[in-house]
Design a protein around this ligand. Sequence first.
Ligand SMILES: [Zn+2]
Length: 336
Amino acid sequence: MELRRERFTAELLDPRRGFEQTRASVEVRWDPLTGQSCRLLPQGSLPAPVVQDLEALAEQSRASCPFCLESIERETPRFPTGVCPEGRFRVGEALLFPNLVPYAKWNSVSVYSPARHLLPLEQLTPSLIGDNLAAQVQFARAVIAHDAASAWVSINANQLPPSGSSIFHPHLQGSANPVPTTAQRLFAELAPERVRRFVELERDDGERFIASTGRVAWLASFAPVGLAEVRAFVADTASTVDLDEGEIAELASGLSRVLRLYAQLGFQSFNLTIYGAAPSKPDAMLVVRLVARAYFGPLQRSDVMWSERLHAEAATHFNPEQLADLGRGLFSRPAD
Ligand SMILES: [Zn+2]
């Protein structure tokens, strides 16, 4: 297995320096698991993420929010009794119900707490995340008990509008289908031995390895698919339905730290996915991925352009090795 990278030098006469000859290096990397390439730009190539006024956005969206305490029972759907006799799943403060917009055969939305319309990333605690993940695991188990063919399960998140979320109130989304998504299939087709070798390679190399928290290994992606991609691998777990209480708590604690890292870097928006594979393979590793999302510059440019959408190649100036360095600092502190 190879961590393949190639460096190129771009040359131009720079008007900002009296048309002096200027060189900049661009690095292309290939992901050892997926083969997908990415492009690392020189540090500082792109502006810092725009800081969104979360308080103002919360105020604007609160009155019409269907996920707030006053509206959620009235405005969100319920599951058929064959899946959930109570209609909705509750764990701690988390409440899970069907998505009104069907993206999958079985969809769910789970709010961290109907009482918390505004949840900056620093306030997404391990217990809020853990209860929400547990609700998603209950949902997936109930769906599979009712409809065994819908075993391709994933847990996902869009947080805030830059990530694609149409509802401000923070939530996760679950999906259960008879067929996998493209990325779900690619990861499920990898031999478990190959994934394990990759995690061991990154652990031994150390530069991008953030932490091992017991059953879960956390690392900065060698060839990120987006801004500040972090991946986690859960040992001997093929699907989210296999996660036990201890693994959910471990994932929640790690995710809370990664989100704190994103907040430190100036992000409040992110996408998350926990891919699940079906049918289950012995020794499989469950793959978790997160990317930060943001608008950039005064025109609120998207962080996704032709390169990401049409060439499947992220262009980023967030260096994976520096990201891992910051991440190690956060993972070495005690959890909340
Ligand atoms: Zn709300």
